[in-house]
Design a protein around this ligand. Structure first.
Ligand code: PMV
Length: 327
């Protein structure tokens, strides 16, 4: 039998959008997320004698010199090698990502997923979901503190998902196609700080904060019903109400509010922040391609750093177009 020898191995993962339920999901509430293939990560692993070299736009050098912010990836790589019974030596990792970091698009989870997939392919071993999840969580815990796990689930799913901590993830049916327009404020959000802020609110004002989390939970349940019955106008109203609660929790900001208002004025059925907030991205809902194009143009004209548009049809998120101002 031919002896296996390591050669180029590729691991990939796409980004994600949270439709509704972010922040509440940290407290066990459900959230709905969608795969977002418009932005993705590709990891290439090749043989190289000596220490592990990392090559990316964020950092180039040996693993031990990785900046503190990326240390979660070092833990993840070491744990994956341990699981694979391989030394943390003799390979090079090249990371190419089109997911802007810190924009609530799941960049850190997607990088970890692509990395683990690449390493298992490089060492020619099958990777089960049970193996992947704890390895990705290791990186995510470092990046986010106490992540709910929604990013890891959404970046590994090809369908819209219904996610609640410690419960099996379900697929969400979509009765009528809809369009989402994503606008990047260009501001790097800090999910860890935003989650910490909500936690602090919970400690200081438990009753008032619980009311908001409960309201987000109700809205998420309603959003799923509207998706399943194709009631897009109602879905839009639900998204607007969720934004209202997120603003009250202090996780929106002036840049998000600016693009959310612009999208609503352009006719969006609803608009809200997506992900951790305090910078990052917002999403707007449209029921026709024509309206989606108008909203995207409006966001571009309003100064968004980058915009995307995607159609959610037959349970799949199809990437349609990206703004010319994309970087
Ligand atoms: O990684 P982000 O910025 O998309 O945030 C994830 C969503 C939060 O609910 C804010 C945090 C979490 O771990 O669920």
């Amino acid at each position: 039998m031919e002896k296996w020898s390591p050669k180029l191995a590729i691991g990939q993962a796409h980004s994600k959008l949270i439709l509704i339920g972010e922040h509440a999901v940290v407290y066990g509430a459900p959230a709905i997320a969608l795969p977002f293939q418009a932005a993705s990560v590709r990891v290439e692993i090749t043989p190289l004698v000596g220490e592990v070299l990392f090559d990316s736009i964020f950092f180039q050098g040996i693993l031990e010199d990785m900046p503190t912010k990326m240390k979660g990836l070092v833990h993840c790589i070491k744990a994956a090698c341990q699981q694979l019974n391989q030394p943390v030596r003799h390979f090079k990792i090249k990371l190419i990502s089109t997911i802007p970091i810190g924009r609530g698009l799941g960049s850190s989870a997607a990088i970890a997923v692509a990395l683990v997939r690449g390493l298992f392919r490089f060492f020619n071993q099958p990777l089960s979901r049970e193996m992947l999840i704890p390895l990705v969580d290791l990186a995510e815990q470092y990046a986010h503190g106490s992540p709910s796990g929604i990013d890891r689930e959404a970046t590994t799913s090809d369908h819209p998902i219904w996610f609640a901590k410690d419960e099996p993830t379900e697929l969400v049916d979509v009765a009528r196609p809809f369009y989402l327009i994503v606008g990047d404020t260009g501001r790097i959000g800090d999910t860890r700080a935003a989650v910490g802020h909500v936690r602090q609110l919970y400690q200081q004002y438990p009753n008032q904060t619980k009311v908001k989390i409960d309201q987000l939970t109700r809205l998420t349940v309603e959003a799923r019903q509207h998706m399943m019955s194709g009631k897009l106008t109602k879905l839009g109203i639900t998204l607007n109400l969720a934004q209202h609660e997120l603003e009250a929790l202090g996780v929106s900001d002036a840049s998000l509010d600016h693009y959310i208002t612009a999208a609503r004025e352009a006719g969006a059925l609803g608009a809200k922040l997506t992900g951790g907030g305090r910078g990052g991205c917002m999403i707007a809902l449209a029921d026709t391609l024509e309206l989606a194009r108008t909203i995207q143009q409006t966001l571009d004209d309003a100064g968004a750093a980058q915009t995307w548009q995607c159609a959610i049809k037959d349970g799949v998120c199809n990437y349609e177009s990206q703004s010319s101002s994309a970087y």
